[in-house]
Design a protein around this ligand. Structure first.
Ligand code: OMP
Length: 233
């Protein structure tokens, strides 16, 4: 059962009703759900509580990136909500990530803290526009090492980087991979994509899947097809 809970369904909706309608089609014993910036900005903490009351573990993906004091307090607020996982940006630096850790330290059930390395919507040319001249893979490795050193529980990265990251990081450091596209589905704005099967075979711990499930004509069938593909792996 825990095996299947590696799938995290991204509830990227513009109102609470649509999110709850999707949640009603999902089974909390088989997956987790992610509430990100769009839905949280529309529906707020009440929706997080509502989804948790239905038995789901919530990944609150607000990708905090701010001065350490602000991030510490924002993480404490998220921990008070009782979420299962929480994101910050690794590029906020060591001091900011250590502050995030302090923010959740006093919580009854501290959320897993994961740091975003290089967004899966980015490619090497985007990094050079930012003045980063090393390769995309080197940048992901660098930010992941820094995240481990800064007491994070894991990182968000593309499944394409997982094999190399596994060599670098400790075994229990979580690798969370969005940019998952079942064979034949549209990439959209994602640049670094992999199929669910490839991601699991590479060593991803958690797969974040949004549109391939939420925009499917039959979301339940789309999720089941992903389970079948993974379980055949
Ligand atoms: O932190 C994330 O979850 C995240 C990081 C990243 O690098 N890329 C990325 O796509 N995501 C999130 O993962 C989800 C992917 O959604 P789909 O592209 O619809 O499957 C979205 O909610 C994104 O915000």
């Amino acid at each position: 059962m825990e095996h299947n809970k590696r799938i995290i369904v991204a509830l990227d909706y513009d109102n609470a009703d649509k999110a709850i309608a999707m949640v009603h089609q999902l089974d909390p014993a088989r997956c987790r759900v992610k509430i990100g910036k769009e839905l949280f900005t529309y529906a707020g903490p009440d929706l997080v509580r509502q989804v948790q009351d239905k038995g789901f573990e919530v990944f609150l993906d607000l990708k905090f990136h701010d001065i350490p004091n602000t991030v510490r307090k924002a993480c404490a607020a998220a921990a008070d909500l009782g979420v299962w996982m929480l994101t910050v940006h690794a590029s906020g630096g060591e001091e900011m990530m250590l502050a995030a850790r302090e923010g959740v330290a006093g919580a009854e059930h501290a959320p897993k803290l994961v740091a975003v390395t290089v967004l899966t919507s980015m490619q090497e040319s985007d990094l050079s526009q930012l003045g980063i001249s090393r390769s995309l893979e080197e940048q992901v490795m660098r930010l992941a090492s820094l995240s481990q050193q800064s007491k994070m529980d894991g990182v968000v990265c593309s499944a394409k980087e997982v094999v190399e990251l596994r060599k670098l990081l400790s075994e229990n450091f979580a690798l969370v991979t969005p940019g998952i596209r079942p064979s034949g589905s549209a990439s959209g704005d994602q640049k670094r994509v992999m199929t669910p099967r490839e991601a699991i075979q590479s060593g991803s711990n958690y797969l974040v899947v949004g549109r391939p499930i939420t925009q499917a004509r039959n979301p339940e069938a789309a999720l089941n097809a992903i389970f079948d593909e993974i379980n055949a792996a």
